[in-house]
Design a protein around this ligand. Sequence first.
Ligand code: RUB
Length: 309
Amino acid sequence: MNLLTAVEKIRSMEIRGASRIAKFAVETIKEYALRLEGNFDEEMRRVANLLLNSRPTAVSLYNAINYVMRYKGESVEEKRESLIRRADEFLEWIETAQKRIAEIGEKRIRDGSTLLTHCNSSTAIAVIKKAHEVGKEIRVFATESRPRLQGHITAKQLKEAGIEVTLIVDSAVRYFMNEIDCVIVGADTITANGALINKIGTSQIALCAKEARVPFIVAAETYKFSPRTLGGELVVIEERSAEEVLSREMLELGIKARNPAFDVTPRNYIDAIITEIGVIPPEMAYIIIKERLGYDRISEEELKISEID
Ligand code: RUB
């Protein structure tokens, strides 16, 4: 696939969700490396840099690219081999982590419970499906997730798995919270201080859950933890176009809209984070980053060999 087409697929959200974005980026890099001739380092950095700039918020993309770009070797063939090995390792990490999270997370879901999930998180859905698979009777409320309606995907996926699902509009979360036993969502990024960055509206749901004393659980692979935040960097919240929110008529009238794609849920609203290495409190985020992502990172400066818009 053409590189710019791959970047556009992420930007336009044809490929979306933190895990899928990471997987797709790694596959794209791998495919590119396989057929690359010429200056390997320079070309691979250009590819990495372009992909890195496709969407800013999910750190899975950054972690995936940094992992793969730590290839070693003298000759082009050695470098290629090393890069492909690392790409396969990361793909394996994605694959196995989600399975493990499903097994661990399922135990936190009680038989007969009603869950609420937001947006479309493959990891949160893996947990829900696993609970269903092991025979627990559960029902799920799925939020619509305006403006891109990822909740529709969630509702279809759960229904296909034979799980009872009810779609609600985002603003109905508090109305239904008393019927919910547990909220489970995915993550785009978890910061060093344990805050969660996820689909816009997640923090309101967490607020409602806390008020109603409903557990709020996050399903997140360790590659969703952000080493960049250790150095004090703030997570960039993607703001998408007003056209996703406004009709043409409203746009023509000159009405403005703001359309942030994600928001920040502080750690004191989070009861547990289910990772592939176990259930952790958000306060442990720092340790996860140190232990799991403590590899020598390639800095963004190193990746940026030329200015590409
Ligand atoms: C998707 C979203 C998901 C996380 C986790 O946002 O916020 O909850 O990415 O997903 P968008 P997963 O649709 O804007 O990409 O668990 O599949 O990685």
